[in-house]
Design a protein around this ligand. Structure first.
Ligand code: PEP
Ligand code: MG
Length: 573
């Protein structure tokens, strides 16, 4: 029967295809006494080798579609299978107890998992436990002769339905076949949503009950612009949908013509449209979409997709690649923002009650400054290859900024003393994503070259609403006057000191917010590369003076987000 489900529109676009449910089969194992232990050991061997083959294939596909860094997630899984202890111990349990292979394997892996999980304060070991759990599923599925849903083996057009998608799930999605995905949980800024935008796959997240409500294979219409999923649509609904999808394609073709144009408003004002990237592999997408720079390079992926800290040279190569590929256009590189929802398995970070309020980003960098210094040296060495802007995340106080700048200067001086080339025109700025920094922006502005407003965190801290928790997602209110006032204050504070203000949080690419941000005087908008052209098109239709008046009204006369939306409607925006 036809029904419509609604979630959070996380990535633009339309898709019409059958549902492919990414739900695990029953992997319950029962213990049995067997006579032919040799046959059992053979099955185990077979399951290991099939699992390994699968993982190698998954790794290869991930590398092709997403790049080497994403693909490394699977190396750890292959390593688990290569560990002779795991096989030998299972073999002994089979032989000594005449136990069936799946029960013996479960028992042995349980021991390993418990042992690693007991090392509570060692996240690296916790991660190994997670790897073993993942691999165990695969091996047991082979022993039980059931198939695990595997996004990388999808070979016909589908819409993936899942409770949630882990980074490794998303890494396996092949966008030739996966036309969209819809998840039960997650928000606009969860990493699966951000990944969907960089893969240019329409996505709806936080839709609540899709895995319960949708039967595998059912025809679906996904509208990634509104967050609506129509299940088992009528012919009429399909026709309306196809029309909207075609209009969207037409619009996209129009936007395409703006690719090589400068961004200008109707009255000729220039603003910069830049892109957010996670790895050097994202740069071609920035260029294809006409990006005028990189406004946020989230370097933490360099750290997260590895089994150890990236070396200075590895980092230097990555930064150099991005700077060179951008060919003189500005590149804002953010120093590592680990912590919060971004874990680092090999760094012994404490377990915390409130990780988003805890030890993260610049707080780690200043405390464990060797990691920070390595990154800064790599950046300084790379500075001669393009137009570098170094940015510190999660600055809350002026002292943190001064400490970070002092370390940067020490490292710069050391390199200069060693006759290493360092550019003399790189800029240093900070993210404004903590309300404490926003309200003292007038003072901070004296000590930086630029600000970049991180609305994802600024909103969660202003509203005291966890950005990962959909129960409080109603407080994700990008047009709430409280947030708008902070943004306005920050932009004005920067301008007063002759500095520029950008925004790299998701609000910068929100078409509804763009007129307001233009009116407030934002100089640089940094967003998913795929949003650049439509934003350029929108800006070309806006008059900056009119938008100034609109922003003034929103800031002075509106009390609620709804008031602001009503005002935007009045302006027909
Ligand atoms: C932000 O907080 O708005 C931001 C851009 O950083 P991240 O999403 O990486 O925390
Ligand atoms: Mg942030």
């Amino acid at each position: 029967m036809t029904k419509t489900l609604t979630g959070i529109a996380a990535s633009d676009g339309f898709a019409h295809a059958p549902a492919y449910k990414l739900v695990e089969p029953d992997l319950t194992v029962s213990k049995e006494k067997i006579d032919d232990t040799d046959a059992e050991i053979e099955s185990l061997k077979d399951a290991f080798s099939k699992s390994k083959e699968e993982l190698q294939a998954i790794r290869k596909k991930a590398e092709e579609s997403l790049g080497e860094e994403e693909a490394q997630v699977f190396d750890a899984h292959i390593m688990v299978l290569d560990d002779p202890d795991l096989f030998d111990q299972t073999k002994s349990v089979i032989e000594e107890n005449q136990m069936n292979a799946e029960a013996a394997f479960e028992q042995v892996t349980d021991n390993f998992i418990q042992m690693f999980e007991a090392m509570e304060d060692n996240p690296y070991m916790q991660e190994r436990a997670a790897d073993i759990k993942d691999v165990r599923k695969r091996v047991i599925a082979h022993l039980l002769n059931v198939t695990l849903p595997n996004p990388s083996t999808i070979d016909k057009e589908v819409i993936v339905i899942a409770e949630d998608l882990t980074p490794s799930d998303t890494a396996q999605l092949n966008k030739d076949y996966v036309k969209a995905f819809v998840t039960d949980i997650g928000g606009r800024t969860s990493h699966s949503a951000i990944m969907a935008r960089s893969l240019e796959i329409p996505a709806i997240v936080g839709a609540g009950v899709v895995t319960e409500e949708i039967v595998d294979g059912t025809e679906l219409l996904v509208d990634g612009t509104t967050g609506e999923v129509i299940v088992d649509p009528t012919d009429e609904q399909v026709a309306t949908f196809e029309k909207a999808a075609a209009e969207f394609e037409e619009l996209k073709a129009q936007w395409e013509t703006l690719k090589d144009e400068e961004t200008r408003t109707k009255d000729g004002k220039h603003v910069e449209l830049a892109a957010n990237i996670g790895t050097p592999k994202d740069v071609p997408g920035v260029i294809e979409n006409g990006g005028e720079g990189v406004g946020l390079y989230r370097t933490e992926f360099l750290y997260m997709d590895s089994n150890e800290l990236p070396t200075e040279d590895e980092q230097y190569e990555a930064y150099k690649k991005v700077l060179e590929a951008m060919d003189g256009k500005p590149v804002v590189v953010r120093t590592m923002d680990i912590g919060g929802d971004k874990e680092l398995p090999y760094l012994d970070l404490p377990d915390e009650m409130n990780p988003f309020l805890g030890y993260r980003a610049i707080r780690i960098s200043l405390e464990e400054d060797e990691i920070f210094r390595t990154q800064l040296r790599a950046l300084l060495r790379a500075s001669v290859h393009g137009k570098l802007r170094i940015m510190f995340p999660m600055i809350a106080t002026i002292q943190e900024l001064r400490d970070a700048k002092a370390i940067l200067e020490e490292e710069r001086q050391k390199l200069v003393d060693q006759d290493v080339d360092v550019a003399d025109d790189f800029q240093v700025g900070i993210m404004i994503e903590i309300p404490a920094a926003a309200v003292i922006a007038d003072q901070l502005a004296k000590e930086v070259d630029f600000f970049s407003i991180g609305t994802n965190d600024l909103m969660q801290y202003t509203m005291a609403a966890d950005r990962m928790n959909e129960r409080v997602s109603y407080l994700y209110q990008p047009y709430n006057p409280s947030l708008l006032r902070l943004i306005d204050f920050v932009i004005k504070a920067a301008h007063k000191e002759g500095k520029w203000a950008g925004m790299c949080g998701e609000v910068a690419g929100d078409q509804r917010a763009v007129p307001l941000l233009l009116g407030m005087g934002l100089d640089e908008f940094s967003m998913s590369a795929t949003s650049i052209l439509k934003t350029r098109s929108l800006l070309s239709k806006l008059d900056s003076k009119e938008m100034e008046a609109l922003a003034e009204k929103a800031l002075n006369d509106c009390g609620t987000q709804e008031d602001v939306i009503a005002l935007l409607d009045e302006y027909n925006l």
